[in-house]
Design a protein around this ligand. Sequence first.
Ligand SMILES: Cc1ncc(C[n+]2csc(CCOP(=O)(O)OP(=O)(O)O)c2C)c(N)n1
Length: 679
Amino acid sequence: MALRDSMTGHETKNYSIEELVDAARVMRGYNLVALCAAGSGHAGGTLSIMDLAAALYLHAAEHDPANPAWPDRDRIIWSAGHKAPALYVSLGMAGFCPIEEVVTLRKLSSPFQGHPHWLKLPGVEVSTGSLGQGLSISVGMALAARIDSKKHKIFCLMGDGEQQEGQVWEAAMEAGHFHLDNIVAIVDCNRLQIDGWVKDVMEVEPLAAKYASFGWDVLHVDGHDMTQVVDALDRARAATGRPVVILAATVKGKGVSFMENAAGWHGKSPNREELAAALSELGLTERLPVDELLKKATHYQEEVDRRLEAKMPRFSRDYWWNAGGTMKVKMEPTRKGFGKALAENGGDGRVVCIGLDISGSITIADFYAGKPERARRWISMGIAEQSATSAAAGLAREGKLPVLGSYATFSAARNLDQVRVSICYSKLNVFIAGAHAGVSVGPDGATHQALEDMFAMMGLPNMVVVAPCDAVEARKSTQHLLLEHTGPKYIRFAREATPVVTGENTPFVFGKANAIRLRTEQADFAAAFETRLAEDYANEHEDLSIVACGPMVPEAMRAAWILKREFGYETRVLNLHTLKPIDEETIVRAARETGVVITAEEHQVGALAGRVSSILSASHELYGLPVITGAIGVKDRFGDSGAPWELVKELEVSAEHIAAKAMELMAVKKQGAPRLAMA
Ligand SMILES: Cc1ncc(C[n+]2csc(CCOP(=O)(O)OP(=O)(O)O)c2C)c(N)n1
């Protein structure tokens, strides 16, 4: 067993136990350097799984780095996609790719995405990142191997928190039912997840009894004892008749004293000093070319910067956020407004908040922070979005006001059928938070970037949808939805700090758009604009309108500034914080009064654009009038790893892109638009 030449079948390298131990140590080092260069990522879980990964890639699995698509190779499925850097250094150490290249981890267009993407890196079998899916993929691969009478094995790596996903148990049942003895599951039992100890967040033990009851053979190992790990993998490989699960007792952060058993190191990367301390503990200070590696990462980043700048629309000066001496703006993450409103309004005894193991960063934990009297109304459900969604429906049916939130990809997509049937069809009073939506999770990559959630949520009968434009509006809209709106409700907000463009006195009326007009350039960006409830706003015969929601509202405002400064155009910006019910009258009026309507959404283009188009095309007020339309949004592609503001440029959802589109449409308007032209 081991690395093979797929042409001759010969073993190309046979690692001794000592060599495997040493390889795992070096892999830990490269992993930490890559995390440091990335400035984000998961230190704890990559360190806990590293000995298992080394044994698997360098000893147990039969594969050929020179021929990653060898049909007879063993498959290794990284269900725990957030541990991707451990996968990458394993591939590097085995020879699938140069290990030093892993320092481009999490950077734009890198093959080393925040979560593994098989289309970007040979040796990665499938794309993962949404927990709980890998074992089902393994079942499919195992069944395919059986149909084709192939002898290879499918190894599937999972976390212990991940065992909370119901899909894992559907797959476990299937593997048992079909006696899939070509599957070897490995669970990295480090006992921690994001919100704390697994036993406190949502107990998964006894895992051995659970797997055994589904017809699996169970092996226990110390996941840091290489002899035990190698022995277990060899035994599992030889098993016949039943699938095998290896339950590996591990330590999160293993090998670096200050990271060991610390929940805080789950989704954190070391800074330069912490890296130096960690490498010293691992005895790698002299062994890894750290400066060279970090320089490599810097060069890659410089190339990214150059490429992005080259593709941006150009104007006579730089209008980027806070780039000049005037029009300065304060930045704050919209998520903070959500947490603040829960803290302020959570005293209502009906409010119940549901944690899905990402409670701190999405700010839902602010509901109970420092308020022990609310502890009874805080319910941790673990990484189990689907069941939690239906449980929220049950709470609502009993008169509670349940709030549940996660990354929007998991709270408004993973659980879509539960939202549809348990909540919307039943018209129950459940508040769903789609956190970290749009490109704002940046380096985590495409799996975590919700760019489709508005389609689904806006398409569901009985659901209302709000996408606040900043932290202040997030607070106001959360408060409204929580206590004043009864029924299914969805709020979409971002992770990254974005411009604060509203204040306490800015109108916020659910279902009613605001009209925003640039008056005069000022020291303070927000102060340069006047905002009114759109229905109170009198026509100023502007040249064009931009209809925006969420973080695209500040971008639309900045576009209005560019258009005025560069070309003298006056723009009516409409903040459509409420996407459902949508303010149809204001949209139609903008089309009638300005003749040019551009939609702007940080989402696959169409959720807003399609809705606005259908309103315009159905309006009898516009019959016979020329309306020129354009749409800014993500153009039918997945996101990528990269800094959030880089992704705004890469996915072409910046003010500069809106302004460029406006120029294109204004040229049509000036020529005298053909009747009912659509741009
Ligand atoms: C479906 C889904 N829900 C939530 C997340 C966010 N998330 C990433 S890692 C993680 C915790 C995983 O815990 P565990 O499986 O124990 O891994 P480890 O602690 O070893 O890193 C969560 C909740 C996700 N990636 N996928």
